[in-house]
Design a binder for this molecule. Sequence first.
Ligand SMILES: NC(=O)C1=CN([C@@H]2O[C@H](COP(=O)(O)OP(=O)(O)OC[C@H]3O[C@@H](n4cnc5c(N)ncnc54)[C@H](OP(=O)(O)O)[C@@H]3O)[C@@H](O)[C@H]2O)C=CC1
Ligand SMILES: CC(=O)N[C@@H](CCC(=O)OP(=O)(O)O)C(=O)O
Length: 376
Amino acid sequence: MSESAKKIRAGILGASGYTGAELVRLLALHPHVEIVLLTADRKAGQPIADVFPHLATTDLPDLMAVDEVEWPGLELDVVFCALPHATSQEIIKGILHATGHGFIDEMIIESPSDYANAIHGSVKVIDLSADFRLRDQDVYQKWYGDEHRAPELQKEAVYGLTELNREDITRARLVACPGCYPTAALLTLVPLLQSRVIAKGNIIIDAKSGVSGAGRSLKEANLFTEVSEAMHPYGIAAHRHSPEIEQELTKALGEQVYVTFTPHLVPMNRGELETIYVQYADGKTVADLRAVLEEQYADDPFVTVAPEGVVPATRQVRGSNHCVINVFEDRVPGRAILVVVIDNLVKGSSGQAIQNMNLMFGLEETLSLEQLPLFP
Ligand SMILES: NC(=O)C1=CN([C@@H]2O[C@H](COP(=O)(O)OP(=O)(O)OC[C@H]3O[C@@H](n4cnc5c(N)ncnc54)[C@H](OP(=O)(O)O)[C@@H]3O)[C@@H](O)[C@H]2O)C=CC1
Ligand SMILES: CC(=O)N[C@@H](CCC(=O)OP(=O)(O)O)C(=O)O
């Protein structure tokens, strides 16, 4: 895109939340994006600088309620949807209709060019919530409690794990960004399963997240006094990211995969670390796992396989779109230990969403995401 080209007109729904604010912070650096819409719920009507003083130097519209937005008049090119689960479905369905486009499954789509024609000129939607991540309606209902209210779009949505799904993301109209835990787990496990260097059984994901992963709304469990100087697991054998991780691993391998996944809340603001225990496939060693990961991510700007022996830590990625992975030989014969870190608010949500937007608009994937991690 040339400097003189029209800027991409972007809207951010849920801009008074953590991922919404992070989208604003990162997009402020984007040379081809103009933010023309910000929405909020309880904070609608306020200038964003009143809600987030750290964003005061940016020139931005005030926060407005989603149901007051006049979609066609805004001529948006892209909408980032950073709303809580279950609220995105109907809003996204409404946006696609209000901006003049129907649902793909109401059209005759027989080839990639039919699809390209069908979505030509449509606003593109990048959803950070879980609403369109699970492909199966029944699985969605089982884990999220309610019937899906836009199942036709659930089928169309592309899973937005950038490094492993670039081709589909590039062509997509609706991208469902992965959850923060699945991002770290899948970047590590998909290449290893696909290249058959690990066994599909006995995968254990021990995950830790900073408190911003739970969002900005008020919850007793997230008070300073509850969270500081302590840590605890939650969602044991019942966290909704298990089916999301299993869906994508099963797709990658072509066989059903199950994982043991236990998240923990740790007293830090942002960052996520997963320690993943795996079993080698017959005859494979730690060197095979390292070789697969190094080859997979050799040309990727944001995913790094750390040198042998270097231990990934959340400080190595804080505030950045980077993901650092390393693999270690276990002293228990036949097993390896992987460690992976991301920032939940960047690679785990808003950064990856912008990476996807760059792909969807034919831009350099790294635009507005170039900053190095913050240290300390
Ligand atoms: N936090 C994280 O690390 C990650 C979050 N996600 C997902 O991204 C989404 C946003 O998360 P996060 O930013 O943490 O959430 P927050 O709770 O921090 O923010 C939610 C935003 O949505 C608005 N909102 C709440 N309810 C409604 C509603 N009914 N209608 C319209 N707007 C509403 C809020 O407005 P107001 O403040 O004015 O009430 C706020 O702007 C969630 O689906 C989350 O699961 C995904 C990956 C990582
Ligand atoms: C610390 C914390 O509470 N984390 C959130 C995960 C946030 C996230 O990635 O994802 P979703 O979009 O799927 O909510 C949780 O466990 O529910």
